[in-house]
Design a protein around this ligand. Structure first.
Ligand code: 6PG
Length: 241
């Protein structure tokens, strides 16, 4: 697996580095394609990054009017439910001048997560222009079990080879188990994948996944954009140095 690894002192320094990189990737995308499309991640780690992006200097540096927000995964719950991933990003980024039509939460279809996944995929495909990556950037986290987005070890979503978005189900901590997730084929079509991993609880899994691939790689190891651009931003507690 090819990737760049950057180690920073603590979660705040990781968020700083991430904000800098997001702003650069956003400017690069707008320069090349006239817009910047980013998939946010759920979990707790990216909160510090979102807060930085809506504070100076990043607030002015980000091309907000040309930015389009998506989510790499979502808990299949009605809009506004506190268990959804998008609450955090939407609330924080409300400060940024992103036109509402450029914010694309994962839909909720009561009792039919497969329909919700298909709707999200259709929207992503519809918005992709010829020659573009599926999205310019996907932010990702890593669970202590090696999952990323809602691609959990041993679940059917890992086997998907065609669809870009599928439903999935997994119990992890106290989070809602019914999920919608982008798949490995979707990850392959990204321009950049950026992992944010902090804290000592992630150390043992981080060491396993950054080592040469095992026979049955963990989901995080299978995120391989065709562009080859994978970035891991981790703190010292996570890497153990
Ligand atoms: C989710 C996520 C998930 C998350 C990891 C890490 O829906 O929960 O998208 O993949 O990124 O579980 O979560 P933390 O950042 O909270 O450790």
């Amino acid at each position: 697996m090819n990737f760049d690894l950057l180690v920073r002192a603590d979660p705040q320094a990781v968020a700083q580095e991430a904000a800098q990189r997001v702003a650069e990737i956003a400017q690069e995308a707008v320069g090349r394609r006239g817009r910047f499309r980013i998939a946010l991640s759920g979990g707790e780690t990216p909160g510090a990054l979102y807060r930085l992006l809506v504070a100076e200097p990043y607030l002015s540096r980000m091309p907000w009017e040309a930015s389009h927000l998506y989510w790499g995964d979502e808990r299949h719950l009605p809009s506004g439910d506190p268990g959804r991933n998008d609450n955090q990003g939407i609330a924080l980024l409300a400060e940024a001048a992103i036109p509402g039509v450029q914010i694309h939460p994962v839909p909720y279809v009561a009792g039919d997560p497969d329909a919700a996944a298909r709707q999200y995929e259709a929207m992503l495909v519809d918005q992709r222009r010829p020659g573009e990556p599926l999205l310019d950037l996907i932010l990702l986290g890593m669970g202590t079990d090696g999952h990323t987005a809602s691609l959990f070890p041993g679940t059917p979503a890992l086997l998907e080879q065609q669809r870009l978005v599928v439903p999935n189900r997994a119990v992890y901590e106290d989070r809602h188990p019914e999920r919608i997730t982008l798949t490995f084929p979707a990850m392959e079509a990204m321009e950049v994948a950026m992992f944010l991993v902090t804290g000592a609880s992630k150390r043992s899994m981080l060491h396993r996944v950054l080592a040469p691939p095992e026979d049955l790689p963990f989901p995080v190891q299978r995120v391989q954009p065709a562009s080859g651009r994978v970035l891991w931003l981790v703190d010292r507690a996570a890497i153990g140095s």
